[in-house]
Design a binder for this molecule. Structure first.
Ligand code: GLU
Length: 291
């Protein structure tokens, strides 16, 4: 018998879960059940500056209230930092990383930044200030303890990936349940930061490492992460990791058509639960789980 498919819900504990998270978790659980698959929960808490234990507890509580059950133990990214360090080392060996000493502010104010196109999430692409910096000067500054980030040399990384595979693409679930191959270009992200002192991995790196280590076969998440998939597929190719199938479901929006946000108290599950509504009643108000 073949192994069952493996699904995951992967919230970041940096705020209250809102209705959109509830919907995402329910869609994932629904697909897992439909395909007799496993449902895993992953706590994405690598951002030590924002992640809070009380939000982790609240996530468990909210998901249990929704009627969801997940396998134990829960995978917490902060317990697996050594795996992200190993992946980073592998990228260093491939010679696709370089140190950047510019602060966020220096980058924002840099003359070149002003004329750069935007990344899919709306920031100017990093203009490559330290891309061709002397490796020996960089080594001296690092040895002196100067803060820096590690950036992916995107053009080099894409060229290397294209030596390993004819195109960078992923399989996305369609409305009829079939999967369609989508070709993507991670070049649109520019030289992304993969590690910084206060956060020695990035979201994209930790996600691809964990999806592989947890044996995830199906990534189900909101449409807002659709464009991140190009970056994640690039890292999977470079790190020689298996590729899951993807489903980026539509996002829930508020009355004004705006995407729900963690800072919006009214749509937080905690606030909604406090009104006395039952999980079953709430589910009836959500869009169908599969559109
Ligand atoms: N942790 C991410 C979030 O809460 C989701 C990551 C993913 O599903 O790939 O937005």
């Amino acid at each position: 018998m073949s192994n069952p498919p493996v699904f995951r819900f992967a919230p970041s504990p940096n705020g209250e879960l809102h209705l959109g998270h509830a919907y995402s978790a329910l869609v994932t659980d629904h697909l897992a059940r439909q395909q007799r698959g496993r449902f895993l929960l992953r706590i994405e808490d690598v951002d030590g500056g924002r992640a809070r234990d009380r939000f982790v507890e609240q996530i468990y509580d909210d998901l249990a209230w929704l009627g969801l059950r997940w396998e134990m133990p829960v995978w917490k990214q902060s317990d697996h930092m050594q795996n992200y360090a190993k992946a980073l080392d592998k990228l260093k060996q491939l010679d696709v990383l370089y140190p950047c000493f510019a602060s966020r502010r220096e980058i924002t104010e840099h003359e070149l930044t002003k004329s750069m196109p935007q990344t899919p999430d709306g920031y100017p692409i990093y203009p490559g200030i330290y891309r061709d910096y002397s490796p020996s000067k960089a080594a001296t500054r690092i040895a002196a303890g100067e803060p820096h980030t590690l950036r992916l040399n995107m053009k080099k990384a894409v060229a290397l990936a294209l030596q390993k595979t004819p195109e960078i693409s992923f399989r996305e679930r369609q409305k009829d349940g079939s999967y369609q191959l989508v070709a993507v270009s991670p070049l649109e992200w520019g030289d992304m930061v993969l590690a910084r002192r206060e956060m020695p991995t990035s979201y994209n790196l930790a996600v691809v490492v964990d999806d592989a280590l947890q044996g995830i076969t199906h990534v189900t998440r909101g449409e807002d992460l659709y464009f991140a998939t190009s970056m994640q597929r690039l890292l999977q190719i470079l790190l020689e990791l298996p590729q899951p199938l993807y489903f980026h479901h539509p996002l829930l929006v508020d009355m004004t058509g705006r995407k729900l946000s963690k800072s919006d108290d009214e749509t937080s599950l905690k606030t909604i639960r406090a009104t006395g509504i039952s999980a079953a009643e709430l589910c009836l108000q959500l869009p169908p789980l599969i559109l």
